[in-house]
Design a binder for this molecule. Structure first.
Ligand code: ADP
Ligand code: ASP
Ligand code: MG
Length: 402
């Protein structure tokens, strides 16, 4: 049995009109004799009534009395509704289909409500349903604990559900259908001349996704990479092949393409920079600050430590809590709210001199102030004011001729 996993995101399943495009892709795969496992996200985006954020609004989230366990019960309904709506429309088209919740599809997760980890996917039920159906429609983004509690696996998690099913079913391919042509050199909402890439490696897109390219969830890429299942990111609204994500460009393309200096520019906004300076007892300061942040459950990023103090970033919505924790320790942090992190990602920049210099030059020419920077062998990050985000991403996209 040749199995293909297809995942359709929120906008793709938003309306009956959009779902006609979804059904076209499903029919195209069935003609090629695949058995299909189709993973769906909740219908549309807020203010659509069954979108995840609309459901959360029903209980006043984030200022809610509901426990995380109940939030998961609520959010899981979005994808369940979507799976039944699509299955119903497939049956109307005389396609044998059945809808399953994540739990029914065999997803076993940890107990970390709203951020659960997939521990295992038991594929038996899906195999059984594929004996009598051509399409099994699975509600993405969810599973259940060993004790039968419903969980969700983190926002944007339907991509991860699809990759995990691809691995469990040893699918030939996982296709991620979305509202853009494929993986692009930058977010097309920010860079008008961003273009789609034919092929990228798992590690290139994983780095881009961790730096904010939300076209695919990084955990989905990691799961596909470990299971050696190729992914394809493509548009719901066209028949173009989109972007192939695989381990080896050489094997897939029949040509040896050098690692790209810069594959793409990613960004993340709504970040606050905190500076804690001191002249004495620097060692105590460093360990106290990060211990306190960890104890308060605040994830920190972009950490620079020097004898003069520490600088780091937190998400905007955790900034007040972080400042309170620092003040309780007796520190007076310098706070810069509304920053954005812009990253140039490319496997080919390792050891190439002058890449950072080009970035600094391009941002200076564009009048963008750099608040902080850091680099690894595949990524250079800069922190800028959020008001400069668009200018900064476009300047870097231009300077590397992407
Ligand atoms: P879905 O609901 O289908 O999961 P998402 O909104 O999660 O869709 O992801 C698709 C969006 O990702 C695009 O509309 C685009 O604005 C954004 N995006 C950010 N970076 C990139 C990139 N490098 N390539 C393509 N899309 C990107
Ligand atoms: N509906 C969920 C979300 O909005 C999961 C997903 O779309 O992947 O985060
Ligand atoms: Mg998504």
């Amino acid at each position: 049995m040749q199995i293909l996993v297809q995942k359709f995101g929120g906008t793709s399943v938003q309306s009956e009109e959009n779902r006609k495009h979804v059904i076209k892709h499903i029919k195209n795969a069935l003609v090629k004799d695949y058995k299909l496992v189709v993973v769906v996200s909740a219908l549309g985006r807020k203010p659509d009534p069954y979108a995840t954020d609309s459901l959360l609004e029903l209980v006043g989230f984030p200022a809610t009395n509901s426990s995380d366990r109940e939030i998961d019960l609520l959010m899981s309904c979005g994808e369940i509704i979507s799976s039944v709506v699509l299955s119903n429309e497939l049956k109307k088209q005389h396609i044998n289909a059945i809808a399953l919740t994540g739990a029914q599809a065999g997803f076993i997760t940890s107990e970390d409500f709203t951020q659960a980890k997939i521990k295992e996917v038991k594929p038996e039920r899906i195999y059984k349903e594929l004996e009598n159906n051509d399409v099994v429609v699975v509600a993405g983004f969810q599973g259940q604990t060993e004790m039968g509690e419903i969980t969700t696996i983190g926002r944007g998690g339907s991509d991860t559900s699809a990759a995990a099913l691809g691995a469990a079913l040893q699918a030939e391919m996982v296709e991620i259908f979305t509202d853009v042509e494929g993986i692009m050199t930058a977010d097309p909402r920010i860079v008008k001349n961003a273009h789609s890439l034919d092929v990228v490696t798992y590690s290139e897109i994983c780095n881009l996704a961790y730096q904010g390219a939300k076209v695919i969830h990084p955990r989905a890429v990691e799961i596909a990479m470990q299971a050696k299942i190729p992914l394809r990111v493509r548009s719901t609204y066209s028949l173009e092949p989109g972007t192939l994500v695989t381990s080896s460009r050489v094997k897939e393309m029949g040509v040896d393409i050098q690692d790209r200096l810069v594959t793409g520019i990613a960004h993340m906004s709504s970040i606050t920079q905190l500076k804690v300076q001191t002249k004495e007892e620097a060692y105590r300061l460093q360990s106290d600050v990060f211990k306190a942040m960890a104890e308060a459950g605040i994830s920190v990023d972009f950490i620079n430590i020097s004898p003069a103090g520490v600088i780091y970033t937190v998400p905007n919505d955790l900034a007040d809590k972080a400042v309170y924790v620092l003040e309780t320790l007796g520190f007076k942090p310098e706070i810069t709210r509304n920053c954005a992190k812009v990253s140039a990602v490319g496997a080919g920049m390792t050891g190439v001199p002058g890449v950072a210099a080009e970035i600094v030059q391009a941002l200076t020419n564009a009048g963008v102030q750099i608040l902080q920077s850091a680099d690894s062998y595949t990524t250079i990050w800069v922190l800028v004011h959020e008001k400069d985000l668009k200018t900064a991403v476009n300047a870097l996209h231009d300077v590397f001729s992407l």
